[in-house]
Write a protein that binds this ligand. Structure first.
Ligand code: GDP
Ligand code: MG
Length: 175
């Protein structure tokens, strides 16, 4: 008999958001525990894998760290097709990136499956003195759109593991 704890979930996870918000940095912090102040811009898309073991299941993430579509302002189907989860990232020091994040969410809503787990991530929380986007504004938008919200710092690692654990827990519940 198979116990629930033996369940393995293979999940495609996509990262979206403006260039420079820290998508690659968030993934590298989670997957490798590293951070670079001079993170090189991603060319095309980068692919990472990571496993989270929960009591109820083992979640294997296939992480698509995207680039390029920021420039074209439209999302290629290969990114969201079959994706079980999405992380939309903005930078708390840039109101423009928050406005763009809202656009990404709207676009995803129209295209992705309705039961997709969606996280809104306010990154660079270590740069509090340069903050342009209030925590409450991010929270409100994510509530209105059935997402969950986290403020993270890829630099200090604040909430990075928590973010991926929360996604894994929500994915495990939907199965
Ligand atoms: P991407 O274009 O969205 O993939 O963004 P990157 O991961 O390439 O990051 C862009 C720049 O922001 C790089 O110089 C990173 O070092 C920096 N960065 C990323 N995350 C953070 C963070 O949490 N705090 C701070 N202070 N800088 C960050
Ligand atoms: Mg990148």
């Amino acid at each position: 008999m198979e116990r629930p704890g033996n369940k393995i979930l293979q999940c495609k996870l996509v990262l979206l958001g403006d260039m420079g918000t820290g998508k690659t940095s968030v993934v590298l912090r989670f997957v490798r525990g590293q951070f670079f102040d001079n993170q090189e811009p991603t060319i095309g898309a980068a692919f990472f894998t990571q496993i989270i073991s929960l009591p109820e299941a083992t979640v294997k993430f296939d992480i698509w760290d995207t680039a390029g579509q920021e420039r074209y302002h439209s999302l290629a189907p290969m990114y969201y097709r079959g994706a079980a989860a999405a992380i939309v990232v903005y930078d708390i020091t840039s109101m423009d990136t928050f406005i763009r994040a809202k656009k990404w969410v709207e676009e995803l809503r129209g295209k992705a499956s309705t039961n997709m787990v969606m996280a809104l991530v306010a990154n660079k929380s270590d740069l509090e003195s340069s903050r342009e986007v209030k925590t409450g504004d991010g929270e409100q938008f994510s509530d209105e759109n059935g997402m969950f919200f986290m403020e993270t710092s890829a630099k200090t690692a604040q909430n990075i593991n928590e973010l991926f654990y929360e996604i894994a827990i929500r994915l495990a519940k939907t199965i």
